[in-house]
Design a protein around this ligand. Structure first.
Ligand code: G6P
Length: 372
């Protein structure tokens, strides 16, 4: 077992460390010399993809958070309306589906029953289904019309880490492929984003090299009653994922919010010393969002919160709002979750271990849930 963990105390730490490689493996060989993105097993024609007039993403748990990020990217790049839905809710809602609907099922294991049932429902309604999956030959990809494997390698820890980042990378590829096939983006524009994507593994490496302050912070937060996470745009699903990791591993109350929603209720939770983890968007690109999150941080601080701020290196204006500042390398807005999620994974893992929990085998959870 110790050898399998490659010198790490937990599989989860090993898998967190493998993330740069895992992202690179997801991206490898996808870009043809012509600039075209190639997927794995696509039993759909380009015409099928051109006919798509709506995208539904279905998934559970961490994969659902990947889907939430994907919605921002897919709509932005393809201009096709895109919804993301918890797989366990999907079919019971009787969604409007037809042959021009593309359903994207995201699943690490490829065996999650809720996601499989959502996929089967979509197929009965004649929708096309594309799976994003880490497990070759598993049920979800076998029953789908197309598959993009994440090639992230086996994930042993129950709480998902590298699978999440590779799902993000795969979702970006799907968005870019759709945009290209439909003529919304030119090959050179796609290639430019792929280049940025190819730069993300080394950024994740840099984040991992700077985790000592996060470990110290974890010891500090280990006794907190509750930890809140806020973000906007793609930082919102990152906040949800940070909170989910903490629930799963540390058994602590943790909640993620869209920072703009704070004033509509959650701000009432803030008390003297409440830790609030704030994911700050890039100052470049969508600077407006960054400024809005800064004012949200000021609001929670004014009510006594202790702020943990995740921000870009070089965003010098944020330090004074941060009781703890964690910096990540500058990354284009839509791709930023690939770097901003990483400190939150480490934080949850370290808090759980400080509280004496088995990080790899959290109570009550299963790696793959094959019942509805
Ligand atoms: C379980 C796991 C989660 C995972 C979810 C979806 O609940 O504990 O970590 O995100 O299933 O799994 P999947 O294999 O479909 O991605």
């Amino acid at each position: 077992k110790a050898a399998e963990k490659g010198g790490y105390d937990y599989f989860m730490l090993k898998e967190i460390a493998e993330q740069p490689q895992a992202i690179a493996d997801t991206l490898r060989g996808r870009l043809a010399e012509t600039g075209e993105i190639t997927l794995d097993e696509v039993r759909l024609t380009d015409q099928d993809l051109r006919d798509v007039d709506k995208v539904f993403i279905v998934a559970c748990g961490t994969a659902y958070h990947a889907g939430m990020v994907a919605k921002y990217a897919i709509e932005h790049w393809t201009r096709i309306p895109c919804e993301v839905e918890l797989a366990s809710e999907f079919r019971y809602r009787d969604p409007v589906l037809d042959r021009s609907t593309l359903v994207v099922a995201i699943s690490q294991s490829g065996e999650t029953m809720d996601t499989l049932m959502a996929l089967r429902h979509a197929k009965q309604q004649k929708a096309r289904v594309l799976a994003i999956c880490n497990t070759n030959g598993s049920t979800i990809p076998r029953e789908s019309d197309a598959v993009l494997y994440t090639h992230g390698g086996p994930e042993i820890a129950v709480a998902s880490t590298k699978a999440f980042l590779t799902q993000l990378a795969a979702c970006y590829l799907v968005g870019l492929h759709l945009a290209q096939v439909r003529g919304v983006m030119y090959a050179d524009e796609v290639a430019a984003v792929v280049e940025q994507l190819r730069g993300t593994p080394s950024k994740v490496d840099r984040v991992l090299e700077q985790m000592e302050p996060v470990r110290e912070l974890a010891r500090d937060l280990a006794e907190a009653k509750s930890v809140l996470f806020i973000g906007r745009h793609v930082g919102y699903p990152v906040a949800l994922e940070g909170a989910l990791k903490l629930k799963e591993l540390a058994y602590m109350h943790a909640e993620g919010f869209a920072a703009g929603e704070l004033k509509h209720g959650p701000i009432a939770l803030i008390d003297q010393g409440t830790p609030v983890v704030c994911v700050v968007p890039s100052a470049r690109g969508r600077g407006v969002l960054r400024d809005k999150v800064i004012s949200n941080i000021q609001e929670v601080r004014a009510r006594g919160a202790r702020t943990v701020v995740i921000a870009e290196e070089g965003d010098d204006g944020v330090a004074r709002y941060a009781d703890h500042l964690i910096v990540v390398p500058p990354t284009p807005t839509l791709l930023a979750p690939l770097v901003t999620t990483v400190p939150l994974q480490v934080l949850a893992c370290e808090i759980a271990s400080a509280r004496g929990h088995d990080v790899d085998q959290p109570r009550n959870l299963a790696k793959s849930v094959t019942v509805e």
